[in-house]
Design a protein around this ligand. Structure first.
Ligand SMILES: [Zn+2]
Length: 323
């Protein structure tokens, strides 16, 4: 199932047209509204009119974590501080400023991600996550409610109590860390049961936390598919890309993010299918647009058609920066 097929399954040319239109608008706004981008474009002898296609964005210098810190907290805002509904505080001197529209967009992206992970109306959804560990937990629960799932809210229960809740409420979709999933499975085994007896239909987790050995262990412990969601604390905490039922890469929400893969040493683009550093440009961010932000996450881009029907390119991650 696809939550928003008008966007997620947009024909490729229309997707490029949409990205181009949004890119032009965001470059123009960043240039006009922030001293930082104005200076940066001017120093490269660029004007927004020279950045008219998605390919031409490569003329812009990269934005780095040091730039974010140097302009903390308000230097990259393109709206007055009063128009910022929320600052998501990152590690060190970094914060993402979001307007109410940015927050609304975030909820839709989380909802799309949940639907890609087989959560829908009729699902019983639960998160096992401390808010301080997973700052996106409240938004993810709100997004689940928004698509008609029934959310079971719980805080700080031990593993046996959690298992009882999963059985009593018939939890079908569970978001947790891979370690928590393994802990649940091990506890069940010691009680003489197996994880396959749980009503779960989807396991969901943060892509940053699931490496290949852990995925292998989870597949051994559970017959339930595992879906990962990707976010970056400097861009959007969660919901930038999500795994679909094909379990072969994470679809990037390309109507909101433009991705480039570069050689980390030369800064030059690498061909699709080749691993390099992921560079993201936010296409719709009102509060604090990021143009060519180097994520320090490593991935390759896969633009081949996906049997799920989404036309959004997929990211295959190979390693993540520490956050
Ligand atoms: Zn797919």
């Amino acid at each position: 199932m696809i939550l928003n097929p008008a966007i997620e399954a947009l024909p490729l040319q229309k997707k490029t047209d949409l990205q181009t239109e949004r890119l032009r608008a965001i470059v123009e706004r960043a240039y006009r509204k922030t001293g930082f981008y104005h200076q940066r474009l001017s120093a490269s002898q660029l004007e927004p009119a020279m950045l008219q296609t998605v390919e031409t964005i490569a003329k812009l210098p990269f934005l780095t974590t040091a730039d974010l810190a140097a302009n903390y907290p308000y230097g990259l805002l393109t709206v007055p501080v009063s128009a910022i509904a929320r600052f998501q505080q990152g590690v060190g001197n970094k914060a993402v400023g979001l307007t109410q529209q940015d927050i609304t967009n975030h909820l839709e992206l989380l909802a799309r991600s949940l639907v890609a992970g087989q959560v829908s109306s009729g699902s019983v959804f639960m998160m096992i996550a401390a808010k301080e560990v997973m700052p996106y937990a409240p938004a993810l629960q709100t997004a689940a409610e928004g698509i008609g799932a029934t959310v079971i809210e719980q805080h700080g229960l031990n593993v046996k109590e959690l298992l009882k809740i999963i059985l009593n409420f018939g939890v079908t979709a569970l978001f947790a860390s891979p370690e928590t999933f393994l802990h649940l499975a091990e506890t069940l085994t010691t009680l003489g049961f197996s994880a396959s007896e749980l009503p779960l239909l989807s396991l969901l987790c943060d892509a940053r936390q699931l490496d290949n050995p852990l995925r292998h262990k989870l597949r051994q412990a559970y017959s339930t598919p595992i879906y990962t969601l990707y976010g970056h604390t400097d861009i959007l905490s969660m919901g930038m890309a999500a795994e679909c039922p094909e379990q072969n890469g994470l679809h990037l929400q390309e109507d909101h993010f433009y991705a480039e893969i570069i050689d980390p040493y030369t800064g030059q683009p690498v061909p699709d299918g080749q691993t390099g550093e992921l560079v993201i440009t936010t296409l719709t961010r009102e509060g604090m647009p990021l143009l060519r932000y180097r994520t320090a996450d490593f991935a390759c881009l896969d633009r081949s058609p996906c049997p799920c029907g989404r036309t959004l390119a997929r990211l295959h991650f190979s390693c993540f920066a520490r956050q």
